[in-house]
Design a protein around this ligand. Structure first.
Ligand SMILES: *Cc1c(COP(=O)(O)O)cnc(C)c1O
Length: 220
């Protein structure tokens, strides 16, 4: 597995406005450092304990993205440093993040996770739940969180039509809620969608952030 070559190939295949989040879960710090030495600065992890252990031993200018399901009682461990939380799927969690961000004198950026896949195992808000959350305006009082976009994961399938349709629906939902609730907020502009097997489709459908693991670091 040549991390440098993989990174180069992926970087070349994504347009300028799209961020590459290198998903390093299950891989040791040495491999993360290798990617870092080739210029990669944004890394994604899905478990709080693994994330905090890695933060302790890796360079301080890495931007850490929490991409997995986050439990309220664990927010405090990542609040001091986390750069973006991708998987916010309830108002309750948003409120906890706000509280912990305040304690750390930070404003933490968040994405609301939307359930776009057919699988019931995946997390996320339905379209209706998203509207419900944003309509109430309660979230606007949370001054230490900033909602900067939406995140979604497509169904695990070889059927590219299904994947494309799901990404399209997320992009459409993004435009809809942007018009309704974020008219004067240019900060609301990220769509985190696309992984190793489907990031090209995701970019064609409007992704601004791809979360790529195995195509960089190899199979887990
Ligand atoms: C593991 C993971 C990824 C990366 O998956 P790959 O198929 O290895 O690229 C992306 N997003 C989330 C939420 C993940 O848990």
């Amino acid at each position: 597995m040549n991390i440098k070559t993989n990174l180069q190939q992926i970087e070349e295949s994504i347009p300028g406005g799209v961020s590459l989040i290198a998903v390093s879960k299950t891989h040791p710090p040495e491999l993360i450092l290798e990617a870092y030495q080739h210029g990669q600065r944004q890394f994604g992890e899905n478990k709080v304990q693994e994330l905090t252990a890695k933060v302790d031993v890796l360079p301080g200018d890495i931007e850490w993205h929490m991409i997995g399901h986050l439990q309220s009682n664990k927010v405090k461990y990542i609040a001091p440093f986390v750069s973006l939380i991708h998987g916010v799927d309830s108002y309750k969690l948003l409120k906890v993040i706000d509280k912990e961000a305040k304690k750390n004198h930070r404003i933490i950026k968040c994405l609301l996770q939307i359930h776009i896949a057919k699988e019931s195992t995946k997390f996320g808000l339905s379209d209706d739940e998203l509207h419900e959350l944003l309509k109430s305006n309660e979230w606007k009082k949370l001054s230490n969180v900033q909602i900067i976009g939406l995140m979604g994961m497509a169904t695990f399938t070889d059927n590219q039509c299904v994947i494309r349709t799901e990404f399209k629906s997320l992009k459409q939902l993004f435009e809809e809620v942007k018009d309704l609730y974020f008219q004067n907020d240019s900060g609301f502009r990220e769509i985190s969608m696309g992984m190793s097997d489907d990031y090209q489709i995701a970019i064609e459908e409007g992704s601004t952030m791809v979360r790529v693991g195995s195509a960089i670091f190899g199979e887990r």
